[in-house]
Every structure is written in structure tokens, then in C-alpha cells.
Design a protein around this ligand. Structure first.
Ligand SMILES: [Fe+2]
Ligand SMILES: [Fe+2]
Length: 139
């Protein structure tokens, strides 16, 4: 399998932008969430935000290891005053994220073990985020 480093680096920076946006989205949503289920939602948003920050770190490290330059750009952010709408927005975002990284995984040879496992870890977390948000809004 040929390994297109330039293409992977470009996708990883795209992912990094998404992770930054996602982190800001969750922590902001946690801060503005009110209502009878606020405590549980806030805890969930903050826990997921921690994962997003970790994903960004993994991407920065792997980008540098591949000889690239980590972006400082931040993707589009959407927060919503209605917490359930916010969960729906994030659920869609997480599903798109799973697709995005799965496609990326298909471009990485398995013998690039550190990189492959880093992206695999992000896919796994993102699938967990999908499940956690599905539990809140239902499928
Ligand atoms: Fe993430
Ligand atoms: Fe996520």
C-alpha cells in the first residue's frame, strides 16, 4: 500500500480543525446548559470535551512526527440554547467525524502502527460519543 503523506497530513489538519471546534462547542454548551437535566448533560459535555482535546493532541503529535505543521485554525462551531437541539447537532457532528476518520484510516498502511492506532483510537472514542449522545436523544 502506497502512503500519500501529503494527503494524510492535509486530512489530519482538517481533523485537527474539527477537534478544536468540537472542544470549544462542548465546553461552551456545558457552560450555557440549564434545565432539570443540566447536571448530567454538563458532566457529559465536559467529559466529551476532554476527549476532543486529547484527539487534538494526538493529531498535533502525529502531524509533527510526519514532518507536517499543525494548523491553528478552528472549524465551524454551533451551540444552541436548547440543550436537546445541541445534543442533536453534536450527534450529527460525531457521526460525520466517525465517517471522516474511517475514510482516513483506509488511507493508512497498517505498518504505520503509531499513526494507524492513533486514528483508530479517535474513531473508537467518536463511536462512543455517538452512543452516549444517542442515549440522551434516542436514535
Ligand atoms: Fe474528537
Ligand atoms: Fe467526539
Amino acid at each position: 500500500m502506497t502512503f500519500d503523506k501529503t494527503k494524510i497530513l492535509q486530512l489530519m489538519n482538517e481533523g485537527l480543525e474539527m477537534e478544536y471546534a468540537s472542544y470549544i462547542q462542548y465546553v461552551t454548551q456545558a457552560a450555557i446548559t440549564t434545565g432539570p437535566y443540566a447536571d448530567g448533560l454538563i458532566a457529559r459535555f465536559e467529559e466529551i470535551a476532554g476527549d476532543e482535546a486529547e484527539h487534538a493532541k494526538l493529531l498535533r503529535q502525529r502531524i509533527v512526527a510526519l514532518g507536517g505543521k499543525p494548523t491553528t485554525k478552528v472549524g465551524d462551531i454551533q451551540v444552541h440554547k436548547d440543550s436537546m437541539q445541541a445534543v442533536k447537532i453534536n450527534l450529527k457532528y460525531e457521526r460525520d467525524t466517525v465517517d471522516f476518520y474511517r475514510k482516513m484510516l483506509n488511507l493508512i498502511p497498517h505498518d504505520e502502527v503509531i499513526l494507524y492506532e492513533a486514528i483508530e483510537h479517535i474513531v473508537e472514542d467518536s463511536q462512543e460519543h455517538v452512543e452516549e449522545l444517542e442515549r440522551i436523544v434516542g436514535r
